[in-house]
Each structure stands twice: as structure tokens, then as C-alpha cells.
Write a protein that binds this ligand. Structure first.
Ligand code: NAD
Length: 323
């Protein structure tokens, strides 16, 4: 039986990934600061631990003498939506905490001879100057440099991409790197300050009166694409099974404005809501995944309609709120 270690297994993508790896027949150890919030972990073993601590990483990455994990998925990060990442209030913690985790993981992955390591980077590494026009953002993988991410979160991701590449070059670490573009779905946080736009909009619409009002940050004309969790995991597993070792986008190419996304969710609710635009942390003006490289190298790209995933997410959040 193949073995996998999922770091960040108590988080949104990590907890879903554990389920997927179990379905794919792996023995799984999950590690996180906390248990998954919305359902029991599917991991065979779940360790609550702090990956900023070098000794903890040494312990949890050990499998048994003369054998090491077949696959390690490094998803742990100090992370949140625009309110957390773009406010500027959390920059020091974001950089310090996530960099420490990645430094420890790279070190022990090499010392234990981990067979393959996945690192979750982000579309936030792409330079701001290519994302000023909401209708024509440029996010092909080869545009990452000259670097100019618009957040410290993006800079840390870029640093850690380079860190894992350096360990690959100098110590033979076998890596796969995906740059995720806005992953969403059921069992993701929808309030508390770390939630992302799709979940935040669903929550606001569900909580609004029948003919009330909801607040949206900015003018709502900023563009994004959003990828449903199941397709994200399909991409991750296919990338891990491929020989492709350069960073690759895992995202949807179905770009919408935040106003369009909001209208879609209001449509699910059958309410008559007024959208009020207020000031708030925004991020880049436009962003979309560019899937040419993943199609060329992996022979696959996401294809599910945004509306289908949003509907599932909306219904899940509605049930949670009505609990
Ligand atoms: P998440 O916040 O739900 O999961 C991250 C997990 O890491 C959390 O459960 C958190 O407790 C854990 N963690 C943080 N610090 C830790 C520490 N010191 N020790 C142990 N665990 C720690 O986020 P997610 O949406 O599941 O994202 C997973 C990964 O994908 C992250 O690296 C994130 O940066 C990346 N990513 C996500 C998106 C997205 O849209 N969700 C987009 C781009 C990149």
C-alpha cells in the first residue's frame, strides 16, 4: 500500500485531499494545528502539531526505518481570503510562519529521502503589472518574472517555490508545484475573517432579508476565476502522477466579475437584493488561469461550470447556517 503525508490536513483543501487519497488507496497521515472544522478526518493517523517547529517536522515525516513516504503534500500555510491577505495587518505572520514551515519541510524531506513532494503555490505569485486590466489578465506560468506579486503572501509563495527548486537542484528532491487559482467548495470557511469571496458572498446572501442589501468590496468589476475543489484535487493527483516538474497553474479559465458572481448567488437564493459597494481589501484588478501548459504537459484541464460548483457550495453553506 502506498503512503502519503498531508501537511495542512485540517484545512479546506487538505481535508478534501485526505479523502481523495483514501479513495485512491493510500495509507494517509495528516498533520495540522487543528482538526478539520466541518467533518471527521479520513486520515489513518492524524497528528495535531506545529510545523514551524523543526523537531515536530522531523517526527511527523518519519514513517519507519528504511522506508519513507511515497508522497508528501505540503499545503500548510498561514492563509486566508482578501480580508486576511491584502489588509497588510498579517504580513509578518504570513511570511514568517509559512516560510518556517517550508524550510523545515524541505530539510526533512531530503533527510528522510521522501520519494515525491507536492507544494501548493498560488496565483498570487504573478506580477501585479500583468493584472491591471480586468478583461485581459496575463497569468501564464512563464510570466512570473520579473517578479512583482501584490502581497507578501505571494512573495512568500514565490520564495518557497524557489526553495523547493533549490532542494531539487542540489539534493535531488523530487517535486511537483501547482499554482492554485481560488479554490472553493463545501467545507471551506465562510466567516471569521479568513473566508474567500465565493463563500463570503454565499454567507451574505443567505443571511440577507428577502429584499435586503449586501455589501461587496470594491466596485465589483474586478475579475477572477474560481475552481471547484474536486477538480483541483483531480489536477493535483494527475500532476503527481506525471513527470512534469515545473510550476503549473491549477485553476479555471471561466473568468467572471465579482458582480457577476454575486448575481449568480443571488439567483440561487431567489431573493431581491441590492448590492452596495464599499471600500475593502481587493488584490489585483483582474486574474484568470491560463491552462495551456497544463493541457500540454498533463493532457487535462478543469471543465466544470462555475455555476455547478457554486450551487453545491451555496447549499452546503445554507445548511451550515441553518443548523
Ligand atoms: P487552509 O487555511 O484551509 O489550510 C491551511 C492549513 O494549514 C490550515 O488548516 C492551518 O491550520 C494549517 N497550518 C497553518 N500553519 C500551520 C502550522 N504552523 N503547523 C501546522 N499546520 C498549519 O487553506 P487552503 O485553502 O486549504 O489552502 C491550502 C494550501 O493551498 C495553502 O498552502 C494555500 O496557500 C494554497 N492555496 C490555496 C488557494 C485557495 O484558493 N484555497 C489558492 C492558492 C493557494
Amino acid at each position: 500500500m502506498k503512503s502519503a503525508l498531508v501537511l495542512g490536513a485540517g484545512g479546506f483543501i487538505g481535508s478534501h485531499l485526505v479523502k481523495r487519497l483514501k479513495k485512491d488507496g493510500f495509507w494517509v497521515r495528516g498533520v495540522d494545528l487543528k482538526n478539520p472544522e466541518f467533518s471527521e478526518t479520513a486520515a489513518d493517523e492524524f497528528v495535531v502539531g506545529d510545523l514551524r517547529d523543526n523537531c515536530t517536522v522531523k517526527k511527523i515525516m518519519f514513517l519507519k526505518n528504511e522506508d519513507s513516504f511515497d508522497e508528501v503534500y505540503q499545503l500548510a500555510a498561514d492563509m486566508g481570503g482578501a480580508g486576511f491577505v491584502f489588509s497588510g495587518m498579517n504580513d509578518a505572520e504570513i511570511m514568517h510562519n509559512s516560510a518556517l514551515i517550508n524550510l523545515n519541510v524541505a530539510e526533512w524531506a531530503v533527510k528522510y529521502g521522501i520519494k515525491k513532494l507536492f507544494y501548493s503555490s498560488s496565483a498570487c505569485i504573478y506580477p501585479e503589472y500583468n493584472q491591471l486590466d480586468p478583461d485581459n489578465p496575463k497569468c501564464s506560468e512563464d510570466t512570473a518574472y520579473p517578479a512583482m506579486p501584490d502581497s507578501e503572501y505571494g512573495w512568500e509563495k514565490l520564495f518557497s517555490e524557489r526553495l523547493f527548486f533549490a532542494f531539487a537542484r542540489n539534493h535531488g528532491l523530487n517535486i511537483r508545484i501547482a499554482r492554485f487559482h481560488n479554490i472553493f467548495g463545501p467545507e471551506g470557511v465562510y466567516d471569521g475573517g479568513r473566508e474567500k469571496a465565493p463563500a463570503a458572498i454565499c454567507r451574505k446572501v443567505i443571511k440577507a432579508d428577502q429584499d435586503g442589501e449586501i455589501e461587496i468590496w470594491g466596485d465589483g468589476k474586478q475579475t477572477r476565476s474560481f475552481l471547484y475543489i474536486d477538480e483541483c484535487l483531480e489536477g493535483v493527483r494527475r500532476l503527481m502522477n506525471s513527470d512534469f516538474r515545473e510550476p503549473v497553474n491549477i485553476g479555471s479559465e471561466e473568468m467572471v466579475t465579482i458582480n457577476e458572481l454575486t448575481e449568480m448567488v443571488i439567483g440561487f437564493s431567489k431573493k431581491k437584493l441590492n448590492i452596495r459597494h464599499i471600500e475593502g481589501p481587493l488584490g489585483v484588478r483582474g486574474r484568470n488561469s491560463d491552462n495551456r501548459l497544463i493541457k500540454e504537459k498533463i493532457g487535462w484541464a478543469p471543465s466544470q461550470r462555475l455555476k455547478d460548483g457554486m450551487k453545491l457550495t451555496f447549499e452546503w453553506i445554507r445548511k451550515e447556517i441553518e443548523k
